[in-house]
Design a protein around this ligand. Structure first.
Ligand code: GDP
Length: 597
């Protein structure tokens, strides 16, 4: 028997529409209805069940429109689940995933009111008189609006702002872009938009400072439209909410807008899984030891769980909520502080619960060995050479690029010729293109998104260079278009081989030598330039002569604490493998292997 044609049917429809759906005459349909005991005129509505009976009898199959729409909506949500979120829940059964509170990052230009807005929102939750009491900033806080929780990432003001922002958009589900109504869209506003878009995160605009006499909301809305954020009142997709952090106006509307957007975003987790997430802050407090603030992204974390975070691990002795109260457990999207770790982890490290301390120690030992192990000093976040490998593994299908050129006239041809290289299997997305030298913000965007930076006839400024080396970001400089095209083409085919060369990233001067029991001789150093890194190789130079080279750094300490790196102008203690015969005045060069080509 031939397959029956399946017709999609709404909850209610008129007899006329039902007939049209089957390509039959209304009279015929009415006859069938009468045969089933239903007297209906041509314009009368019938319900789905009735329609389905007639459809079956007339030789077709029926399926509810509602189901089709729901399936489409689910598929749409799936598709817009950004890479990091997909990765996080890849081992979960779809059926176990339930909604969790949205995590919000506040982005925007300096002085547009991010901190004021975060404080104002936080205060909406605090009872009168209690206001001064709650001042603890742990990297995130949670509020409740209309019975629904919302978590805000609360970037501490002293943090290197751009670096945090790069991370901020990454753990967040929604970005609130603060734009001052008296100042409008500024360079950092545009960068923030790029960050959010690169992270696949929807944007809600908080149009702040509307209380000011010189506020010009309409003009700012125009500017927002010009950068692709068309306000909903102009039939666009972006919710733009006028607020005043200072006067505490519009805050409820903003929270409402956040909840509306979160409804349409795939924000889910499995609370019954073992906990995993990201470190928001790590610090060591005298008397309390290492304390880490964690954002739980999946599962439930409980006192007594053993976690690994970067190279720190331990059994959780106690958990504290965002208001400093002791709690027993915390679920998806909750920020918590925990005590009981071996050392303070670094912000941005991922954490996960493991079976027991033995397993945890094993994982950490492996990670440390990896850090110290041979090969290139820095593993690039994503490099042109690596792209093919990760493509083959099915990890990515898209080559993300940030393009900087010297003049407007070269920008378009460079962007076009790069976009032309995409083929059926691999797409090329230019996340950001602009004229000017490669800046630290470009590098941060690359880090946050896994993009590669391509510069044409431009330089890399010092801060960008430093950050790129530190984070292993691939920057490619060209001054001939065809060479650039050739490289990208080869990379797409997996035929671009890396070439390494040594690069000195920092120089330390030995100012004192200490004998420390168990550890041996330690060089008390001052970093003269660059960065001393624990996973670099060291060369010891005495009066211009190389005393030893390619040495592992066995210890790098600031005061008592082990650190991964120390920057120019700071003092530190250094111990090296196979060399301890330090003398005052020796120079220790820190060398990494850097990719060229
Ligand atoms: P951030 O750099 O984005 O964190 O901005 P801040 O929150 O530090 O705010 C910068 C300045 O703008 C401060 O002097 C605030 O008092 C002021 N400010 C913030 N929000 C408002 C507002 O809604 N209205 C007015 N008039 N001033 C505001």
């Amino acid at each position: 028997m031939a397959e029956r044609q399946i017709l999609t049917v709404p909850d209610y429809l008129t007899v006329r529409d039902l007939a049209e759906l089957m390509g039959a005459s209304p009279i015929e349909v009415m006859k069938q209805l009468i045969a089933n005991g239903i007297m209906a005129s041509i314009n009368q509505q019938v319900d789905y069940d009735t329609a389905a009976i007639i459809i079956e009898e007339m030789g077709y199959s029926a399926r509810p429109l509602r189901e089709v729409q729901e399936a489409e909506r689910q598929a749409e949500l799936e598709a817009q689940r950004p890479e990091w979120r997909r990765e996080l829940y890849k081992d979960e059964d779809e059926a176990d995933l339930v909604r969790r509170p949205p995590v919000i990052a506040i982005l925007g230009h300096v002085d547009h009111g991010k901190t004021s807005l975060l404080d104002a929102i936080r205060l909406t939750q605090v009872a009168e008189g209690e206001a001064g009491g709650i001042t603890q900033h742990i990297g995130a806080y949670q509020i409740e609006h209309n019975g629904q929780k919302i978590t805000f990432l609360d970037t501490p003001g002293h943090e290197a702002f751009t670096a945090m922002r790069a991370r901020g958009a990454q753990g967040a589900d929604i970005a609130v872009l603060v734009v001052a109504a008296d100042d409008g869209v500024m360079p950092t506003t545009r960068e923030a938009i790029n960050h959010a878009q690169a992270a696949g995160v929807p944007i809600v605009v908080a149009l702040n400072k509307v209380d000011k006499a010189n506020a010009n909301p309409e003009l700012v809305k125009q500017e927002l439209s010009d950068v692709g954020l068309v306000p909903d009142e102009w039939d666009g997709d972006t919710l733009v909410v006028p607020v005043s952090a200072k006067m505490k106006m519009g805050l409820e509307d903003l929270l409402e807008a956040i909840l509306i957007v979160s409804e349409d975003t795939d924000i889910v987790a499995n609370p019954n899984s073992s906990a995993a997430g990201v470190v928001l802050e790590g610090r060591t407090e005298t008397g309390r030891g290492p304390i880490a603030t964690l954002l739980i992204q999946n599962g439930t974390l409980r006192q007594g769980d053993v976690i690994v975070a970067g190279t720190s691990y331990g059994r959780i002795k106690s958990l504290f909520g965002d208001r400093g109260k002791r709690i027993q457990e915390a679920g998806p999207s909750d920020p918590v502080s925990v005590m009981g770790l071996s050392e303070a982890p670094e912000a941005g490290d991922r954490f996960e619960v493991v079976k027991d301390v033995k397993v945890a120690r094993h994982i950490v030992e492996e990670r440390l060995a990896e850090e110290e192990g041979g090969g290139p000093g820095v593993q690039p976040a994503m490099s042109l050479e690596d792209f093919f490998k990760s493509f083959q593994k099915g990890e990515t299908k898209e080559l993300l690029l940030i393009v900087k050129t010297d003049v407007q006239g070269s920008l378009e041809p460079v962007v076009n010729s790069l976009e032309d290289l995409e083929n059926e299997e691999v797409s090329i997305r230019i996340l950001h293109s602009d004229i000017g030298d490669i800046s630290e913000n470009d590098v941060n965007l690359a880090r946050a998104s896994g993009a590669i930076i391509i510069g044409f006839n431009v330089d890399v400024d010092n801060a960008a260079e430093r950050t790129a080396v530190n984070d292993g970001i691939d920057i490619r400089l060209y001054n001939i278009i065809y060479k650039m095209i050739e490289d990208v083409q080869l990379a797409l085919q997996g035929m671009l081989d890396p070439v390494y060369q040594d690069k000195v990233i920092g120089v330390a001067e030995v100012r004192a030598v200490f004998n420390i029991s168990k550890v041996g001789r330690i060089a008390g150093c001052y970093i003269r330039e660059g960065i001393a890194r624990r996973n670099a190789k060291a060369t010891v130079v005495r009066q211009g002569n190389i005393m030893a080279e390619k040495l592992n750094v066995t210890s790098l300490k600031r005061f008592e604490e082990d650190v991964r790196e120390v920057r120019t102008g700071f003092e530190c203690g250094v111990a090296l493998d196979r060399f301890n015969n330090f003398e005052e005045g020796d120079l220790i060069e820190f060398v990494i292997q850097e990719r060229v080509n």
